[in-house]
Every structure is written in C-alpha cells, then in structure tokens.
Write a protein that binds this ligand. Sequence first.
Ligand SMILES: C[S@@+](CC[C@H](N)C(=O)[O-])C[C@H]1O[C@@H](n2cnc3c(N)ncnc32)[C@H](O)[C@@H]1O
Length: 343
Amino acid sequence: MAIVTDYLKNEETYPLFLDGDSLDILKSFPDESVDCCITSPPYWGKRQYENGGIGLEKKYTEYIDNLLAIISEVRRVLKPSGAFWLNIGDSYKNKNLLGIPWRVALRMMDDGWHLRNDVIWYKHKGGLSPSKDRFGSVYEDFFFFVKSDKYYFDADAIRTKPREAKVQNGAVVSATGVSGIRYKRQIELSTDLNENEKENAMNALNAVLERISNGEISDFRMVIRNVQRTTHSDSEKVSGRAKELKEKGFYFLFYNPKGTMPSDVWDIIPEDSQKRSEHYAPYPEELCVYPIKATCPPDGVVLDPFSGTGTTAKVAYDLGRKSIGIDMSKVYNELALNRICRK
Ligand SMILES: C[S@@+](CC[C@H](N)C(=O)[O-])C[C@H]1O[C@@H](n2cnc3c(N)ncnc32)[C@H](O)[C@@H]1O
C-alpha cells in the first residue's frame, strides 16, 4: 500500500487513519517499520461495533485465534527494538471468569514475545457491582510486551521528578525528610557495631549528607546492622548488600537523582467518566502517555490496529510522534480525524 510507505517516509507527524480490517491492512505494511503499538481490541462478547470485527465470535477460543492472527502481523511490522502495549478486558461465561487477557498473553509468549509487565490499570469505578454474588471489578490488564530483549526504553522520559533536599534549622533534610540525626543516634547507640565500624559509619554518613547539601543526590536510606530491617536475602552468597552489612556494618541506598520509575499500578479514571459521550469505548489519553514517552523514540511511529476514536494517535500527535490508526469503522476514523483537527 503506497499510502503507508509514503507516510512512513515523510516528516509529517499528523496521523494516518486507514479504514478496513486490520488483518488485511497490516499485510500491506513493510516488515519492521513501526516502533511501538498501543491498542485496545474489542473485548469478547461485550458489544457490537459498526461493521462487525472481532469480539463477536460464538466461542472465546475463536476470538483469541482471530486476535492472535492480527497480533502476529503486528509482530512482523514492529521493529526488533519495538514494544507492544495491549489493553484487554476479561469476560464471564456460565459464572466463570474466562481469563482471556492471560490466555492471550501466554499464547503471545509462546510465539516469542517477551512480557515485561502486566500493568494494572486501576479504574476507580466499579465499587457498585451489578452482581450480587461476586466482587466488583475495578482494574484491567495493560500488558507491556517487547519483540526482543534489546528494546528501546527511555526510562528518564517517565521518571517522576524528585523533590529537592532542603536545609531545616541548619541541618540538611533529604527530599523525604531524612536528616541523618536519627541515623547518627542509631550508630552511637549500636551495641552491634564496634568502635571502628561506628567511626567509619559516621564518616560515611557525613559524606552522604555533604553530597545531599551539594545537590549531587536528592535522597538516600542507610541500613545499619541489626537496626534496619533488610529487604534483601540475608545470605552473603546471594546478596552483595548482605555481604556489605556483615563486613562493614552498614550500607546506603541512593535514589536516582532523575526521579523514581512509576510502578506497575496506574491509577487513571476511565474516559467515559470524563464526559466524552460521543465516543465509543475509548480508553483515556493518559493511558498512552507513559507507553509513548518510554517506548517510542521521538522520531518513531506508533501503531494502533483497533484505533476507534483515535486516542492513541491523538496522544502520539501531542507528543510529536507519527502514528497510524486502523479501524473497520469509517465513522470512528472520521471522529478520530475531527478530534485531532479540532485542536
Ligand atoms: C475498544 S475499541 C477501541 C477504542 C480506542 N482505543 C479509542 O480510543 O477509541 C475497538 C475498535 O476496534 C475496531 N475493530 C474491531 N475489529 C476490527 C478489525 N478486525 N480491524 C479493524 N478494526 C477493528 C472497532 O470498530 C472498534 O472501534
């Protein structure tokens, strides 16, 4: 399809939307041509979209086969450094939660994908369960797969910026309120450290506090033998920290000065609570922000093979990336275009 190869070549970041069945359309893409894919396919047996599409199969096994056929095309068109983010919900049948997200994920792993995270999208809603005999469900899986073990990931683009250390009553206080006074007392009062170890620990602590006040590091924790609880294995054979603790009597943990990495639970309110009723089952824009920043290089291309109202493409455009959306529905593709034009 010349339109795809032309789009991939040009500099324009305005998204390309293609009407049709993803399986057919993806076949016309060159191999290894996109950097990142983010998508949310229709869930099995949940709702009917315009023009049919996947999700309407009689058996969930057929749905999984059809979805995996599209995913294997995604794998072909993804660069070796590429990432694939799959948001997928589960379904019940005969009082059984089917485990569809994990059935899909396990098949993908068998096909060679590396699963890096099962991000839990915590949706807040769902407290009032429609069912009287089970709990309300408030999360969905958002799987983070990569094509190979050498993949693009810009961790610094998504770190949450640390707060600054400050000086309080003449003492340096780290971003999370650690001043060193408590550690100093713990060293002095320790019955486990010998005098030499106490002196070394005190000197090392003073040096760390100096680095905090110079702004070289923003935060730290000190672990002193038999005072702090350790989270590593106590066996010196397996843990370098356990060895340090045994030999020196203390060690430090330093926070990354560029900030901490977000966890794998993302607290994001669903889009339908955000009053965009004209759009059908869109996921919230926020869900695409970390994936694009971390796994699509600034000059890269994002793909969404079930693009619906174009949320992925909109966020890609806002973040300066090119993107291609595919949907069976012309109506959704038009909505997606209008949504981005309105900007
Ligand atoms: C859950 S919605 C995607 C919502 C989207 N994330 C958004 O922000 O609006 C799933 C979409 O997949 C489309 N679809 C279903 N089967 C398809 C197929 N085989 N090829 C292309 N699109 C398909 C539907 O038309 C629907 O718009």
